[in-house]
Ligand binder design. Structure first.
Ligand SMILES: [Zn+2]
Length: 367
């Protein structure tokens, strides 16, 4: 994937950097771990420090000092999951901030303006994440809104994407102001919704492909549905999305899931699981999940994962990691997160290697 700040090898896992930080880990370490692209949350950055402030400082890359690729979500998911007193109309969503109760109004156009100001390499269309379970009429209504908002997002994005606050050498040439993965302009992805209804999912995918986005995401998964349903929807939708554009499944998943999805053709995934679980002492390892708080690790001199070569496993013992979390030391969150990210990024690296075309040298023809 040729993006303005990085050529990203797929399939790729994107660590979540909610408020301009992959929680507990400095950017130079995230780079060292091999992350090619991280995700920022539009809702959080819009509230603090505000997209206008970030625009004035030259965009999110410069503000947080992250030289590689970045993706921002549309803000929709947090509006639905974090705020109260929401009012959804065809025009947009009115909601109260989870921080101070202040009132805000988000429309597809506003979400695009905020994401252009943040200046991520990839922006996401403003959608409504259909909850689970949702009955047929609710899923239909939600999809109707998401499709109308996708059109409005795309039109507004194309008209304003040149306003991105990148330093001069990133400003696209006028001749390049065309949609497409040309590596010089911000990209916009559409989001397939439709609940767990396969025909609605198909309709959603087909209509988005007609609109011609730079890439496509499958949203509304990992919202509490059983894992078989998640896989069913992915299997249904993937073949409908163009193979030559990135296909992104949002908000998944456990290590075995991201590996499975990557092997069936998903190019991009993001999830808070490795970072959030780490802060609670849950480590993902080649031997399964390790709850480092357990007493059995109190004097365990081995590394978190004997098969892992990350900077934490090379240096620290399970006993020490347990001690840190028992004492409430901030370093616990940092070290645990570094290991979990290394583990997730390692899975994708392995899958990429397995999927890479085998280069064969032609055998000389025997005379
Ligand atoms: Zn490790």
């Amino acid at each position: 994937m040729h993006l303005p700040h990085q050529t990203v090898e797929t399939p790729v896992f994107m660590p979540v950097g909610t408020a301009g930080s992959v929680k507990a880990v400095p950017q130079d370490v995230v780079e060292t771990l091999g992350a090619q692209i991280i995700l920022g949350n539009t809702y959080h950055l819009y509230l603090r420090p505000g997209h206008d402030a970030i625009r004035r400082m030259g965009g999110l890359h410069r503000f947080i000092s992250w030289p590689r690729a970045m993706l921002t979500d549309s803000g929709g998911f947090q509006v639905y999951s974090l705020t109260q007193l929401r009012k959804v109309t065809d025009e947009g969503v009115r909601f109260r901030s989870h921080l101070d109760g202040s009132s805000h109004f988000f429309t597809p156009e506003h979400s695009m303006d905020v994401q252009i100001a943040l200046g991520a390499d990839i922006c996401m269309a403003f959608d409504e994440c259909t909850e689970y379970p949702a009955d047929r009429s609710r899923a239909e209504e939600s999809l109707r809104l998401t499709m109308a908002w996708a059109r409005r997002s795309l039109d507004h994005f194309r008209a304003h994407q040149h306003e991105v606050p990148w330093p001069q050498d990133w400003v696209p040439q006028v001749s390049n102001l065309r949609p497409g993965m040309d590596g010089r302009t911000q990209k916009l992805f559409g989001i397939v919704q439709g609940g767990m209804y396969h025909d609605l999912r198909r309709e959603s995918a087909e209509r988005l492909v007609e609109m011609d986005f730079d890439g496509y995401a499958i949203g509304g998964l990992s919202v509490g549905e059983p894992r078989e349903l998640t896989l069913d929807v992915i299997r249904e939708v993937l073949p409908l999305l163009p193979k030559d554009k990135p296909r992104y499944v949002m908000g998944v998943g456990y290590p075995e899931e991201i590996e499975q999805y990557a092997r069936i053709g998903v190019d991009m995934m993001d999830c808070v699981l490795p970072t959030r679980a780490a802060r609670h002492g849950l480590l993902f390892t080649s031997q399964g999940r390790v709850n480092i708080k357990n007493k059995q690790y109190a004097e365990d001199q081995g590394p978190a994962d004997p098969a892992c070569n990350c900077m934490v496993c090379r240096r620290y013992s399970r006993a020490y990691l347990r001690h840190l979390i028992q004492c409430g030391e901030p370093l616990a969150g940092t070290l645990n997160t570094i290991h979990n990210l290394a583990y997730y990024l390692g899975i994708m690296q392995r899958v990429r290697k397995d999927l890479a075309p085998v280069v064969t040298t032609p055998q000389p023809v025997n005379p």
